[in-house]
Design a protein around this ligand. Structure first.
Ligand code: BES
Ligand code: ZN
Ligand code: ZN
Length: 508
């Protein structure tokens, strides 16, 4: 495997962007705002090129659009990238994120090694926060996944050094504080993407466990315990074992613990529980072959948990957190779990497996029970659980369920702060009734309808007495069409920013 990750670095500087010798200088433009003094100056330097471009209608500054202008020494940069911000009055909370991602995305497309992004003075966001947001977004847009590409016709840059340019030194200082955090989060999110983008036969449960071990060893305060198939059997983790039974690559439960320094012990640590099906064929209830390859992303929840744990440790957050990752490969084979089988989960509750493709809830049942035994009171699980969630919400938002309104609110706030959108759906009795069993305690599927809600209801049965939330992140397992305009297709590492914001808000 070639080393193909683009090394990205971000810092804020006080400078005049027109005098910076960079490969790309990027400037954001609103479609409905008269040119600012800076834009007028830039336009004049370029002999009116921006005005002409607008006049002929090639660049309307709509959100998500961009255009390169090639300079000839009028400004120091090789290229000027105009990035459309859309209408100022419609400014979405993630306008800045999309624009900064777009700048990095386009810069990498032309193999730039250096990028300068102009900070608008009208951007009223606090500079520290803005630094974090822009840094995260540069990492997001600059990311590429091509570790298996051996020949590149046009070469490809292997580093991107990005500057955020402001004329005020106090702003620059504050931005650099935020950038420190943003780089940690951005890199973590990108590694989550890489783990998910790796093919199923390369990144199987034991490999994910090895990656988790490496991450835990490289940062202070993080420990890692791996339960292999023997330990899982000893502990009677019947959910995860049933799902992994048919695969040659055996399941693992990965338990990470982050303890802040100073020996501060919490009597109610938080648990993050992630579904990590490294490949979901559906098992004996085999999926259709079209799009099945996308099921290598069925470990998105687990990757988000792993990388959020790394961020918590790197940022030394003063909160005790467990990360529980339920890793298995769901495959049909002579030894696979059969439709109709009755399994006994770690909690002791029995489940009739009516569809082996509803496997996420089986592995998570053991993960949730593990969180309970670790005395965690607040438990959040993340899972690409149902196609029904994608039907309900499209690819724009993840589903949120909770048995606690306060926790749901906190996650909605974290979603806003991180621009990783969620939408609350019902966790209510009617759905719970659907998964009650006749010949076992529970069934692993409900009726034909509302699959996203019955999936959540099933998990809720294993979270009784806990303050629990479930995020069905199936809609966000890979880039949506609009996102592909400013980010690499494939995994988007959803959940790393959301969980980080949640933990951050818990302590600050
Ligand atoms: N991993 C899938 C859910 C999924 C589907 C995620 C499409 C992203 C895109 C999950 O394990 C699954 O197969 N769920 C079934 C549940 C059903 C059998 C009740 C589904 O959604 O069809
Ligand atoms: Zn499945
Ligand atoms: Zn699945």
């Amino acid at each position: 495997m070639a080393k193909q990750i683009i090394k990205i670095d971000v810092k804020a500087v006080k400078a005049d962007i027109t005098k910076l010798k960079v490969d790309v200088a990027a400037v954001g433009i609103f479609s409905d705002v008269k040119p600012t003094a800076f834009l007028k100056k830039l336009d004049a330097l370029l002999g009116g090129a921006i005005t002409r471009l607008k006049k002929i209608g090639d660049f309307k500054a709509s959100a998500g659009s961009s255009v390169f202008l090639y300079t000839h020494g009028e400004i120091a940069a090789e290229r000027l990238l105009l990035v459309g911000l859309g209408e100022k009055k419609k400014k979405a909370p993630d306008t800045v994120r999309q624009a900064a991602s777009k700048a990095a995305f386009e810069a990498v497309n032309v193999n730039a090694k250096t990028l300068a992004i102009f900070r608008h003075n009208e951007t009223k966001i606090d500079s520290r926060q803005l630094g974090q947001v822009i840094a995260e977004s540069i990492h997001f847009g600059g990311y590429r996944y091509d570790e298996f590409v051996t020949r590149r016709e046009n070469g490809r840059t292997n580093s991107l050094s990005a500057l955020i340019v402001d004329s005020d030194m106090a702003n620059v200082r504050k931005m650099n504080e935020g950038i420190k955090i943003g780089q940690i989060v951005g890199r973590a999110q990108n590694f989550a993407r890489t783990l998910c983008n790796r093919p199923g036969s390369i990144l199987y449960p034991a490999q994910l466990a090895a990656e988790a071990r490496k991450i835990a060893a490289s940062v202070k305060g993080l420990s890692c315990t791996i339960l292999d198939e023997k330990k899982l059997a000893q502990k009677k983790m019947g959910g995860i074992l049933a799902v992994g039974k048919g695969a040659a690559n055996k399941p693992r439960m990965i338990i990470l613990k982050y303890s802040p320094g100073g020996g501060k012990k919490s009597d109610s640590p938080i648990a993050l529980v992630g579904k990590a099906i490294t490949f979901d064929t559906g098992g004996i209830s085999l999926k259709h072959s079209a799009d099945m390859h996308e099921m290598k992303y069925d470990m998105t929840g687990g990757a988000a948990v792993l990388m959020a744990m790394q961020v918590a440790a790197k940022l030394k957050l003063p909160v005790e957190v467990y990360g529980i990752i339920c890793a298995a490969e769901n495959k049909p084979d002579g030894g696979s779990c059969l439709p109709g089988d009755i399994i006994t989960t770690f909690s002791g509750r029995t489940v009739e497996v009516l569809n082996t493709d509803a496997e996420g809830r089986l592995v998570l049942s053991d993960g949730l029970e593990q969180a309970r035994r670790l005395k965690c009171k607040t438990v959040i699980d993340l899972a690409t659980l149902t196609g029904a969630c994608v039907v309900a919400l499209g690819k724009h938002k993840a589903g949120l369920f909770s048995n606690d309104d306060k926790l749901a609110k906190k996650l909605q706030t974290a979603a806003k702060d991180s621009s990783e959108a969620v939408w609350q759906l019902p966790y209510e009795q009617e759905y719970i009734d659907e998964i009650k069993g006749k010949i076992a305690d529970l069934k692993n599927i409900g009726s034909k309808w509302g699959g996203v809600c019955t999936g959540a209801a099933f998990l809720g049965e294993f979270a009784k007495g806990l303050t629990w939330a479930h995020l069905d992140i199936a809609p966000k397992m890979d880039a949506s069409e609009p996102m592909k305009k400013y980010a690499e297709s494939g995994s988007i590492g959803f959940g790393v920013r959301l969980l980080t914001s949640f933990l951050f808000n818990e302590v600050f």
